[in-house]
Design a protein around this ligand. Structure first.
Ligand code: RP5
Ligand code: MG
Ligand code: MG
Length: 237
């Protein structure tokens, strides 16, 4: 996966003129017009190529969790320039995700349920995209069940935030906004990796900082975009 281009901070905002801005085209073959895209659309995880398929921007803007502009018929990432154009995600504009942070225990025994992502090998919150027509609470429960086998039915969610996620797939025209919820469970329950997870494990919160640098133990780093989200309930940095 490509890292986000480094855009100088003072040039990120769309309100700062940058006449020579030349973002890199980042759309992978499976999302470019042709059989690959047809297969991705048929598989249900992608919408069709840009024009004329997407002409409902007023509705999308009204439904957006974070307001964004459309300029010349193209959506603009509300966090500013990314250095990339095109899309690596299923939808143009805002892609809504749900991230369940599931913890147990207290103090030194406090643990959090993480998965290792199959696209980058890094440890991450077991989150995923909200399906069309699905509610966020339903997506939180479904994604956790699919990726870890743990059932949240009967547990109350504490919504922590709705936030832009600094996902490496973001581009100027397609980005992730997630609803992050915290669930406290009385004890750890067996976790089994499924869907797009390679492993599922209850990590001690105290180890999260080590995770950022340790590549031992079959692990990998903590998915950078989730460091801040885990910090919202006391983990990460
Ligand atoms: C992150 O990617 C979100 O925070 C969420 O955890 C996840 C959604 O994408 P998939 O796991 O469905 O690839 O941006
Ligand atoms: Mg996922
Ligand atoms: Mg998933």
């Amino acid at each position: 996966m490509l890292p986000n281009n480094k855009i100088p901070e003072h040039l990120r905002s769309w309100s700062v003129p940058w006449p020579l801005y030349m973002p890199t085209f980042a759309t992978p073959p499976e999302l470019q017009p042709g059989p690959g895209l047809d297969a991705s659309v048929a598989a249900g995880w992608a919408e069709p190529a840009f024009f004329p398929a997407v002409n409902d921007w007023p509705q999308r803007q009204a439904a957006a969790l974070i307001p964004f502009q459309v300029v010349g018929g193209r959506p603009r990432n509300p966090s500013g320039r990314t250095g990339y154009t095109g899309r690596r995600l299923g939808r143009w504009g805002e892609n809504q995700a749900a991230d369940p942070i599931v913890t147990t225990g207290a103090g030194a025994d406090r643990r959090v349920l993480l998965i290792r992502r199959d696209d980058c090998g890094q440890w991450a919150i077991p989150g995923g995209m909200v399906d069309p027509g699905e509610t966020v609470p339903a997506a939180l429960v479904r994604e956790l069940r699919e990726e870890t086998g743990v059932d949240l039915a009967g547990y109350r969610a504490q919504i922590l935030t709705t936030t832009y996620v600094d996902d490496p797939r973001n581009t100027d025209e397609s980005w992730v906004v997630s609803t992050v919820a915290h669930y406290r469970l009385p004890e750890t329950s067996p976790a089994t990796a499924g869907s797009d997870a390679l492993e599922a494990r209850w990590w001690p919160f105290a180890d999260l900082d080590t995770l950022l640098v340790a590549v031992a133990d079959g692990g990998g780093r903590l998915y950078a975009a989730h460091r801040r989200l885990l910090g919202l309930c006391g983990g990460g940095r």
